[in-house]
Design a protein around this ligand. Sequence first.
Ligand SMILES: Cc1cc2nc3c(=O)[nH]c(=O)nc-3n(C[C@H](O)[C@H](O)[C@H](O)COP(=O)(O)O)c2cc1C
Length: 183
Amino acid sequence: MPAVRPSAAAYRHVMGLRVVRCFRPDPIPPEEMEAVLEAGRWTGSSKNRQGWAFVVVDDREGLERLSTAGSFTGPVLASVATVVLVRLPGGNDFDIGRAAQNMMLAAAARGLGSCPITLHHRERAQEVLAVPEDHEATWAIALGYPDEEAEVEQRRRAAAAGFTGRRPLAEMVHRGRFGNAGA
Ligand SMILES: Cc1cc2nc3c(=O)[nH]c(=O)nc-3n(C[C@H](O)[C@H](O)[C@H](O)COP(=O)(O)O)c2cc1C
């Protein structure tokens, strides 16, 4: 088999990223967690504002409390650690999304699984995390080493519920102006 060019490997890495919702209880070594957080830190942002803070919740009681701040937080309970992305005043959601994706890709590169989490209940999230009023804690990333066996069943259920695959490119690409056939 020919050697994979680095660019091809990186592309495959991006294309292969899928959420993981079932985790083994193995702890995440501190240097691995730091590598994930570094990937978030080095994310480019609008005007280089870096308008985020990362709250790492990695104790059982903290994870249980955090899970009450969203409606679909099973992965938080299953996780070994969940990183909450806090938007600082002046920060924006595009930047938060980029930081989240960078952390998820870095996690995957180091054998960790991850799942984005929505914290639907704003006030509860702020109370649990002691986040100031003018900050927003809406998204988090659940992390841990994948429990591959449990994941098979989880993915089967997600596929049955339609949470899988992607719309074809031709449906989402437009040329020049919206409505013109694209790809
Ligand atoms: C902004 C955002 C919020 C999400 N919130 C949740 C959530 O609260 N709970 C959950 O289990 N999955 C959540 N997900 C995961 C999505 O369901 C998942 O990305 C989607 O089903 C595609 O999964 P796949 O990449 O494995 O195909 C979220 C994803 C994104 C991008």
